[in-house]
Design a protein around this ligand. Structure first.
Ligand code: DGY
Length: 326
């Protein structure tokens, strides 16, 4: 009689914080990419080939081709809350459970959204560049003259876990907080619910916190930026493609909005050093690091492995991805 093969769990990346003491099924084997190995689609297919579980991050594409290459796969666990990189219909069709990590990254991502707000509105990037270059000149009352965050109006588009965490930070800064979501959210005493156009017209600062769906693709274009207006700041820690980047660049260049901050881009990673996005003085660009704190990434890894363990032990996974809503 042949022995039952050990459960194999592939991880698309090395170095997930918290992996050492994450929950695992009894006797499970972890399959990791070699140090410095490519992380493209073909590499992921090869890694997952003989595995029962797969742990992935936002840049990993999980689609029919991957499922074809990994016929043993029973569960895909995202170390992420967003799941637009996964073909959910295909996974459902094949009975593969897909899980994600809701809740645990709200504070880290809201901290980053607020960092972008402060950096963009107070012109901190050019100020830092100037100081570092040893070019701090004689006092000039006009130098690095930004717009105030305290007391301004903050509009949050997508008022889920992350959006409401941004709202709490705004309230702490003495901001008036507005929110807009496609599905109505219960009043929380912090944010007034309004329509999208009203939110854009009334806000000084807008934070995007919606998932990427067909409905949110291109949600913010030239028209919406004009509603925000010349004293407005737009930040996004949502997903690339929610903002029309060409329209954003034009609005910044023409002074039709004041400033912007992006942690997410239509094309990631953004490796073209000549990209106009990286050279727009009033646009702060970060490399998709919303959840990048030790505490949060550790909690995300543990949650992902808990989900894998549940499925491979025949239990219900605690964090199966829900149906999409805006
Ligand atoms: C998420 O969890 O969706 C973040 O964007 C990190 O990828």
């Amino acid at each position: 009689m042949s022995a039952t093969p050990p459960v194999r769990i592939a991880l698309s990346r090395r170095g997930y914080p918290g992996l050492d003491d994450a929950p695992l099924p009894e006797g499970a084997e972890l399959v990791l990419p070699d140090e410095g190995a490519p992380t493209d689609d073909a590499a992921l297919r090869a890694l997952a080939a003989d595995c029962d579980g797969l742990v992935v991050s936002t840049p990993d594409r999980v689609d029919a081709e991957l499922f074809d290459a990994a016929p043993r796969l029973k569960v895909v666990a995202l170390v992420a809350v967003g799941f637009d990189n996964v073909d959910l219909d295909e996974a459902r069709r094949r009975g593969i459970v897909v899980t994600h990590t809701p809740g645990v990254l709200a504070d880290a991502t809201a901290d980053l959204a607020f960092s972008l707000i402060l950096m963009a509105r107070r012109l901190l990037v050019p100020a830092l560049d100037t100081t570092r270059a040893g070019e701090w000149g004689a006092f000039d009352p006009q130098a690095f003259l930004g717009l105030q965050v305290a007391g301004a109006t903050l509009g949050i588009v997508g008022y889920g876990d992350i959006g409401s965490a941004v709202g709490r930070r705004g309230a702490g800064f003495g901001m008036t907080v507005l929110q807009h979501s496609r599905s109505p959210r219960p009043e929380d005493g912090i944010a007034e619910a309004v329509g999208l156009d009203e939110l854009l017209e009334r806000s000084d600062v807008v934070s995007l916190n919606v998932p990427r769906t067909p409905e949110t693709a291109g949600l913010i274009g030239a028209r919406e930026l004009d509603l925000l207006g010349p004293r407005g700041t737009l930040v996004s820690t949502a997903r690339g493609g929610v903002v029309d980047e060409d329209a954003l660049l034009a609005a910044l260049r023409e002074g039709r909005i004041h400033s912007a901050g992006l942690d997410v881009f239509a094309t990631e990673p953004l490796t073209d050093a000549a990209s106009p996005l990286l050279h727009e003085p009033r646009l702060v660009c970060l490399p998709h690091i919303g959840s990048a704190s030790v505490e949060t990434r550790t909690a995300m890894t543990r949650m992902a492995l808990r989900n894998v363990t549940a499925v491979l032990s025949g239990d219900d996974a605690p964090n199966v991805v829900p149906p999409l809503r805006g």
